[in-house]
Design a protein around this ligand. Structure first.
Ligand code: DON
Length: 309
């Protein structure tokens, strides 16, 4: 397929945003985090960062939203930087085939979560980077990483969202305690979970998120935060595990590594070509943005971007 210019891509995004504006079924906001259930469902934004540094955007692309599980990609990058391959003693690299908050495989796998993107795995990753640090230092490191990645200092944690999740974190506490029972949690579960809920409550717009993802796409002007070899590994995990029990379907329909969050955001990576962020608050049955997934599929079809050739 011919390379598309930024002007061509603008037309594609405008068309997608228009279709999404008119979509009759927008999914439902995450209701187990009351602050997220209050977000207006009629919003949709999309942004691309291209190899030449240009940004193409449409819809509510500059509105900040809760990145939630998309934060797990960045904490994984930080954890691998700090612990290297030792991290893999505490978390696996296999798709779970189960919901993001499932406890089922934890028992079978003796407290070792399937991968770093299911909640249990991300809690273990956060617990690993807490080693020897205070929660506020870990969160400051994460914000520093995100601000460097996006080259934008206006990225913050929404404390009301963190508190809202923490007040309803029974399931994640159960996951943390279950891992503790197997010796796979080094800090008190309340400390690790408090840090984790704050990390999930980072807010970014589609434009900021697309810019933050440039290093994963290996785009020429992107800040060098992670080695190319490690970037390939993170992208492999995003492709196989980034959408939980819908990862296979996302790979089939979109063909790009992606990571979703229950705030309704999705970050997808077209290596060497673009970093893509999309957001719409309503979720599908697997807890991934309904319109976000549809928009990614439309974009992949229009551009021909795929890691599968
Ligand atoms: O731990 C949770 O349940 C949320 N903070 C994050 C889950 C999430 O975003 C799942 N992604 N689609």
């Amino acid at each position: 397929m011919e390379a598309l210019s930024a002007a061509d891509l603008q037309l594609v995004l405008d068309e997608i945003a228009q279709a999404m504006r008119e979509a009759p079924d927008r999914g439902t906001q995450a209701c187990y985090i009351p602050e997220l259930a209050r977000v207006a469902p009629d919003q949709f934004g999309i942004a691309l960062c291209l190899a030449d540094g240009q940004i193409v955007q449409a819809g509510d692309a500059t509105t900040a939203f809760s990145i939630q599980s998309i934060s797990k990609v960045f904490t994984l990058a930080i954890a691998l930087g700090r612990l290297g391959d030792q991290l893999w003693a505490r978390v696996g690299r296999e798709p779970s085939g189960a919901a993001f908050n499932s406890i089922v495989s934890l028992e079978h796998d003796k407290g070792i979560p399937r991968n770093p993107f299911v909640n249990a795995g991300a809690i273990a990753v956060t617990d690993a980077i807490l080693q020897g640090l205070q929660p506020r230092e870990v969160l400051a490191d994460l914000l520093r990483f995100l601000r460097m990645a996006a080259e934008d200092d206006d990225i913050h944690i929404n404390k009301a969202v963190a508190a809202s999740e923490l007040a309803n974190a029974h399931r994640n506490l159960a996951l943390a305690e279950f891992m503790a029972a197997h010796g796979n949690l080094r800090n008190p579960s309340a400390l690790t979970l408090g840090t984790y809920c704050h990390q999930c409550a980072v807010e970014m717009s589609c434009v900021q998120l697309a810019r933050a993802g440039r290093f994963l796409a290996g785009l020429p002007g992107a800040p060098r935060l992670v080695s190319p070899a490690r970037i390939r590994r993170i992208n492999a995990l995003m492709l196989t595990c980034g959408h939980y029990d819908a990862s296979g379907d996302f790979a089939y329909r979109v063909g790009l590594p992606g990571k979703s969050g229950v705030g309704g955001g999705i970050l997808a990576i077209a290596p060497g070509r673009a970093s893509i962020a999309v957001w719409s608050p309503g979720l599908n049955a697997q807890g991934n943005s309904k319109l976000g997934s549809e928009a990614m599929e439309r974009l992949a079809r229009a551009t021909g971007w795929s890691v599968f050739g």
